[in-house]
Design a protein around this ligand. Structure first.
Ligand SMILES: [Zn+2]
Length: 405
């Protein structure tokens, strides 16, 4: 069975997660894919394939070499984003892509003006949607790559590998992927999430993340007799926000540049609140952003009085690089394997978090690798079949390198 056929089969199964359900998994339909994967794992000879009550799938391929080498893990998530419907996904293949706009159907067009990076895929085979749903290559391309690698090993017992751990997790898209992850059952020395974009990209850095809540207290009085007395909390909030650097926002930053992003505002004369998220790959620069926010609050207090502005910050998740610098061989093995495949590797810092970030801090170093998918979380999503097949080879090559081959 080819990777394309397998990916289509997984994409047709609706596994959308739901941030509002409060259940684990957040949607029962994720079990539809999980049950299928356990069946297929067993067919591939993974005898310990296991599905738990929270919809996590685990399995191991035993080593076929004499010596002791570390167990390497590969993980991918089963759910699709709540942002766009995953019901009735109807994938199709475009062979020998001409690099021009793609008419998905229903008047929906993937425009190369909007997605210029897709022009690089001219001549390749792309899987796309019918314009009515997302595709779900995020992250069923990752699942496909892992399953195809297991199928490859079954057909090629001469290919050397140590013990391989695989895991398929629910609810990554709602930030709950690692919540019930069973590190003991997975039992790998290190792992890779197969949840990226281009197959030559390695992600071993995420943001450091914090949030901030700024509260303003005013002095409300009848506007008719307010002169020199009223302090308008809503106006303090506006002034406060204007004190923050205008360039340090998501819409003006890229690469390793961090930001302070206002995500909510509410207020009246008496009281007002602004909500922010703070992000930076560098922990020191994240701390500086917190100080900037505190300095702006101090300015408001000095101008309008004690207690008129108060900042509360909270750390959310750290940059996985802090863990991975202590295990340089994990990124290095993947980097060299990408070169072995004939690609020029690229280290792309993630402008967000990954499941692997939290797993890394729990003692399982876990960078992220690409699968050939792109334009995630919407109907323009696609997956390049040649790159997906190279993601399979990448997994096989990483296992070979870990086995000292
Ligand atoms: Zn994903």
């Amino acid at each position: 069975m080819g990777a394309a056929e397998r990916l289509m089969r997984y994409c047709r199964i609706d596994t959308q997660s739901d941030p509002a359900s409060g259940l684990h998994p957040s949607t029962a339909k994720q079990f539809d894919l999980a049950n299928l994967l356990v069946r297929e794992l067993k067919e591939l000879g993974i005898e310990d394939a296991y599905l738990d009550e929270h919809c996590y799938v685990y399995g191991h391929l035993e080593s076929n070499i004499g010596k002791e080498v570390p167990t390497v893990g590969f993980a991918a998530h089963m759910d699709t984003a709540p942002d766009y419907t995953g019901t009735g996904v109807n994938p199709r293949l475009i062979e020998n892509f001409d690099g021009c706009d793609i008419d998905l159907g229903d008047g929906v067009v993937t425009s190369m003006a909007d997605f210029p990076q897709m022009k690089l895929l001219r001549g390749k085979t792309l899987m796309v949607t019918d314009g009515k749903t997302l595709l779900g290559a995020d992250d069923k391309a990752g699942i496909t790559a892992i399953m195809e690698a297991l199928a490859f090993w079954k057909e090629h017992p001469e290919k050397k590998h140590g013990r391989i751990a695989v895991a398929f997790t629910p609810d990554e898209e709602i930030g709950e992927g690692p919540m019930f992850f069973d590190y003991e059952r997975f039992n790998a020395a290190f792992a890779y999430t197969m949840d990226g974009d281009r197959v030559n990209e390695l992600n071993d850095e995420t943001f450091n993340a914090a949030s901030a809540q700024v509260t303003f207290r005013g002095f409300s009085i009848h506007p008719g007799s307010a002169k020199n007395k009223m302090i308008n909390a809503a106006a303090l909030a506006c002034e406060y926000h204007s004190l923050l650097p205008a360039y340090m926002v998501p819409e003006h930053t890229e690469g390793r540049e961090g930001f302070i992003h206002m995500v909510s505002m509410q207020g009246n004369t008496e009281t007002a609140q602004l909500g922010y998220i703070l992000r930076d790959h560098d922990r020191g620069l994240l701390e500086e952003k917190k100080k900037l926010m505190e300095a702006a609050a101090a300015y408001i207090r000095a101008k309008y009085g004690e207690n008129t502005a108060e900042v509360k910050t909270e750390d959310r998740y750290p940059n996985m690089k802090e863990v991975l610098v202590n295990h340089p061989e994990v990124s290095e093995t993947a980097w060299q394997a990408i070169i072995d495949l004939g690609y020029e590797p690229e280290n792309v810092p993630v402008r967000g978090g990954t499941d692997g970030a939290l797993m890394s801090f729990r003692g399982l170093p876990c960078p992220n690798l690409g699968t050939g998918g792109g334009n995630y979380h919407g109907r323009y999503e696609y997956c390049c079949m040649e790159e997906l097949e190279d993601a399979v080879r990448l997994i096989v090559r990483i296992a070979e390198r870990t086995a000292g081959e």
